[in-house]
Design a protein around this ligand. Structure first.
Ligand code: ZN
Length: 221
């Protein structure tokens, strides 16, 4: 597990809110989202005519981290590409389901796996999140000693049945995930899969050469 310092800082900056406070914050967010959408819809224009298949024929699998905006860091406009996101950007069964549909039915021909520095998935293990969830379903907090649960409970042991796909090393996880996709029986060998790390301090994509090598497409006849 990596150092918790940056993640701890971001948590510490958030005020602890009681249940009524949560409601008021959520209402404000709802208002903000709907207002932003009214503005977006007012200038939607020709985007209503976009075709369903991605126009630039590629897909990105990446983390849900709020600091990553694939449209911006990869230069995407509406209709350009598929972006599949989950915690860690892991090549889970469900991510592969989406990638297979992306190629087989919707025409993408190149795929990126993009993990990133300072990923929250490095801050815990299966054992830690299972233990936290077994204590309560409320939000956990983190300090210099790690994660702690402070909810009243009850929790649930259902977390024992989930593989949380945590990360020990983000370069290694890119390699592992590109390899898993490359060797999946439902993935065409003709699709190149590129492995990259996004640096949250610079916004720059850094190739993981071992991953890209593993992800290379088979030579076509
Ligand atoms: Zn992440």
């Amino acid at each position: 597990m990596k150092s918790l310092a940056p993640f701890q800082f971001s948590i510490a900056c958030k005020p602890f809110v009681k249940s009524r406070g949560v409601f008021s914050i959520m209402s404000r967010i709802l208002d903000e989202v709907l207002a932003a959408n009214r503005t977006y819809g007012a200038t939607f224009g020709a985007k209503g005519q976009l075709a369903m298949p991605p126009g630039r024929r590629f897909a990105i699998l990446t983390c849900m981290d709020a600091r990553l905006d694939p449209a911006k860091f990869a230069g995407l406009a509406e209709g350009d590409a598929h972006v599949i996101r989950n915690a860690g950007g892991r090549a889970s069964d469900d991510a592969i389901r989406s990638l297979v549909i992306s190629y087989k039915l919707l025409g993408t021909r190149e795929w990126f796996v993009i993990h990133h520095t300072d990923c929250g998935m490095e801050t815990f293990t299966d054992e830690i999140i299972r233990s936290l969830l077994s204590q309560s379903l409320e939000q956990a907090v983190i300090d210099s000693e790690g994660w702690h649960d402070r909810g009243a409970g009850p929790g649930s042991d259902a977390g024992e049945f989930i593989d949380w796909l945590t990360i020990r090393d983000v370069r290694a996880s890119v390699v592992t995930d590109v390899r898993r996709i490359r060797t999946h029986p439902l993935v065409s060998p003709t699709i190149p899969i590129y492995g990259y790390l996004y640096d949250v301090k610079t916004g720059v994509l850094v190739e993981v050469p071992e991953a890209t090598e593993i992800g290379a497409a088979a030579a076509t006849a």
